[in-house]
Ligand binder design. Structure first.
Ligand code: XIL
Length: 373
């Protein structure tokens, strides 16, 4: 009897402790510090694999669409809008009581060429492009008014050296295209937060250019709540120091910070940027972990993730959201970028949808951090 009682107690303890650990999530541990988000695809929205949809619902407090709200899918032709996927995505986030972010309104990639040309294929005038931008932004932001908390209004307007990217928007309208985009977005939903988003924000020249842009937008009376740092990271770059320096500069500029597209590639890299048109040739040397990641490499990756997450927590007075770019290693865009057909391991759930051990460490770190907001 006694032994049975003891075993029953032990069984109960095991049950309770596994349940408790199953209940601990990044979403809960980061509550009050920042939102913990994930980028999701349409299969996940549609529940093709219910395990994935449940993980997204339970482990994260915010969602962003990996593709379906971009200019190309929502506005493939002039006067033609396609809302099915974006509508479902927003409803998915609402059903799960998650904060929904809009990504993205004005970007040189994933946008129909029609936006920039007239019937004879020539560049449109500045007036026409400005009006097309207005229509696009009013339509998308207006449709989800009050439901999307904030928008990546302009994505990737700078080169790494801090000069303006010579995109079609820039060529036709000059740098004012950014100001117009923020004005239109604010008119379409005055309560929505507005963000400027870019990769390699840790690069000093680029960070300085973004700070200057923030100042100019504010001086022009525009609303800008935060700068989104995509944070597509590698094993060495950006360094912790460079990342912290960029946070200090942004904080001093009076904007909040969002980690909008976090992933940490474990693979060797021929390119440190995230311009999606970059592409390099496949070789086996560039794809070393097809049969799994060696323990020492995995440890380095874990440390890198924890170092960065610790920094995000340290700045949680100004970091409002940390969003991982993709749920699991099977679906990460980095399996195809910037080299096609590789096997990367850059996010928090593995190819079998198991939560990586580093997440438990992250949760502990977050729990130890005092609420700063
Ligand atoms: C990527 C998506 O993850 C891919 O599925 C798609 O094929 C290309 O775009 N910077 C951004 C994101 O702002 O929108 C990009 O997402 C990754 C780089």
């Amino acid at each position: 009897m006694k032994t049975r009682t003891i075993s029953a107690i032990i069984a109960m303890i095991i049950l309770v402790s596994t349940n408790v650990s199953a209940r601990e999530t990044l979403a809960k541990a980061t509550k009050g510090k920042f939102l913990m988000g994930v980028a999701i695809n349409m299969q996940q929205v549609n529940g093709v694999n219910p395990v994935e949809s449940d993980l997204i619902a339970n482990e994260f407090s915010a969602v962003v669409a990996e593709n379906c709200m971009k200019p190309q899918p929502t506005h493939p032709q002039e006067n033609k809008y396609v809302w099915d996927d974006a509508d479902k995505f927003v409803a998915f986030g609402e059903k799960n009581k998650q904060t929904v972010t809009g990504h993205c309104l004005i970007w040189h990639s994933q946008i129909g060429r029609w936006m920039f040309v007239n019937d004879s294929g020539k560049d449109v005038s500045p007036e026409v492009l400005k009006e097309r931008m207005r229509q696009h932004i009013y339509a998308v932001v207006g449709r989800y008014k009050g439901r999307v908390k904030g928008w990546d209004v302009v994505n990737e307007a700078f080169e790494d050296n801090g000069t303006y990217r010579k995109s079609k928007f820039y060529q036709i309208l000059g740098k004012d295209f950014i100001k117009y985009a923020f004005q239109f977005a604010h008119e379409a939903d005055p309560n929505a937060e507005l963000y400027y988003n870019d990769y390699n924000v840790e690069t000093p020249a680029k960070c300085d250019a973004i700070v200057q842009l923030v100042k100019e937008l504010k001086a022009a009376g525009c609303r800008i709540d935060a700068v989104g740092s995509q944070s597509h990271m590698h094993m060495v770059n950006p360094t912790l120091e460079a990342t912290e320096t960029s946070f200090k500069k942004l904080k001093a500029a009076g904007v909040h910070i969002l980690i909008t597209e976090w992933d940490v590639s474990i693979l060797p890299s021929p390119y440190d940027g995230a311009n999606i048109s970059a592409s390099f040739k496949y070789s086996k040397e560039m794809d070393p972990y097809r049969d799994g990641v060696p323990a020492d490499v995995q440890q380095k990756w874990n440390k890198r993730v924890l170092d960065m997450f610790g920094l995000f927590l340290k700045y949680s007075d100004v970091v409002d959201r940390v969003t991982v770019w993709g749920l699991n290693d099977a679906g990460t865009w980095l399996n195809g970028f910037p080299i096609r057909g590789r096997m990367d391991y850059p996010v928090l759930f593995d190819r079998k949808n198991q939560r990586k051990s580093v997440v438990d460490e992250m949760i502990k770190m977050a729990q130890k951090t005092k609420v700063k907001k």
